[in-house]
Design a protein around this ligand. Structure first.
Ligand code: NCD
Ligand code: ZN
Length: 356
């Protein structure tokens, strides 16, 4: 098989940043995906409907600029950002009601305070957001969860499965009708939890967690471009994620968690967390699915399961991947610096064909 045609996919977890960085990265996602759930962890975070609408307008302006500069054709420039709010201890129920009514906000992100990049404004104690969660449950706004415990005493590699016991499971008992996406799952425990849970839960899985285990961070030296949060785990976890992603179970869908940082901030004594996968996302996922002998399951995971969870139509058109070896660039342009994509300099065996 040398070509693979699927319905145009969407990215259900993406960091687009803002300003010049947004302008530098948005075209990469627009070439690959029709829509994306856009994370709200800007500085300051996107906490109100007004913030989300203003951010959306800046994304659309960046897309138009990319089109005018000849970087995107009309179809790719029609990329739709699906907006999210950043949940804080002080999020007001009325704000969430307004967000749901607007139809412009698809989810609300729970960052436990201190869990990851720009999470300082996050929730300090899940019991403080009961009124917000009750409102979201009532109006049908999904909760998108960064599922890591934040107690510094807990081993970094255990934070996801501890979070399931300490936060996720009690939360689901208290709000059984709240729709939840367990974002960027990285462990067997999370994959099995989502698989076996009652209805109303889904999970995104990144390409890098399907392709790599934690050895990648340490191979031939400390390699910051493989450092993200939640951090890569042991091989049995990678295998469990691959099994979940390729199982055909509609609870699992594509979310790149592409998280661009300037090269100098990645190659730094305190390297920022985040892997930049937007430019070659689909090709990375195809590599993972091919390794599992499950290319026939890629369309469900990439293009069908996400819209089903979010209650949105699937995309009408298709994309085609062709078997053709190519090399991931060492660097790409980024304001005042460069950006190093994940697996820079390595080769991939599938390439997204340019629009017809
Ligand atoms: C993300 C970022 O840089 O914004 N980093 C990451 O490692 N994934 C934050 C996040 O999603 O945790
Ligand atoms: Zn993320």
């Amino acid at each position: 098989m040398d070509t693979l045609t699927l319905r145009r996919p969407d990215d259900w977890h993406l960091h687009l940043r803002d300003g010049d960085a947004l302008r530098a990265v948005v075209a990469a996602s627009a070439r690959q995906f029709a829509r994306a759930i856009v994370m709200p962890n800007l500085k300051p975070p996107v906490t109100t409907l007004a913030d989300a609408l203003a951010y959306r307008a800046r994304i659309l302006a960046a897309l138009a600029a990319a089109r005018d500069a000849g970087e995107l054709d009309e179809r790719a420039a029609a990329f739709q950002p699906l907006m999210t709010l950043y949940l804080t201890d002080n999020t007001r129920p009325a704000e969430l009601e307004a967000a749901a009514r607007s139809g412009m906000v698809q989810g609300v992100k729970l960052y436990p305070a201190g869990a990851t990049t720009n999470s300082d404004a996050g929730v300090t104690d899940i019991r403080k957001v009961d009124a917000a969660l009750e409102t979201m449950q009532r109006v049908g706004l999904p909760l998108l969860v960064h599922g890591e415990a934040t107690d510094p005493a807990i081993d970094v590699f255990d934070r996801e499965h501890v979070f399931i016991d300490q936060v996720m499971e009690p939360l689901r008992r208290r709000f059984p009708a709240l729709r939840i996406v367990f974002e960027h799952i990285t462990t067997r425990e999370a994959a099995h939890y989502v698989r076996d849970a009652a209805d109303g839960i889904g999970a995104t899985i990144t390409a890098h967690h399907l392709l790599y285990n934690r050895n990648a961070i340490f191979t031939g030296g400390l390699r910051p471009h493989w450092y993200c949060l939640p951090v890569l785990k042991r091989e049995p976890h990678r295998l469990a994620l691959l099994e979940a992603a390729t199982s055909g179970n509609p609870r699992f869908f594509l979310g790149t968690d592409s998280a661009p940082h300037a090269q100098r901030l990645k190659e730094h004594a305190a390297a920022c967390a985040g892997c930049y996968t937007a430019p070659h996302a689909l090709e990375l996922y195809a590599a993972a699915f091919e390794l599992a002998g499950a290319l026939d399951r890629l369309e469900g995971f990439a293009s069908l399961h996400g819209p089903r969870f979010y209650g949105l139509p699937v995309n009408a058109d298709t994309v085609t991947l062709r078997r053709a070896a190519w090399t991931i660039p060492e660097q790409l342009p980024f304001p005042g610096d460069a950006i190093v994509p994940l697996a820079a300099g390595e080769s991939l065996q599938w390439k997204l064909a340019p629009a017809a």
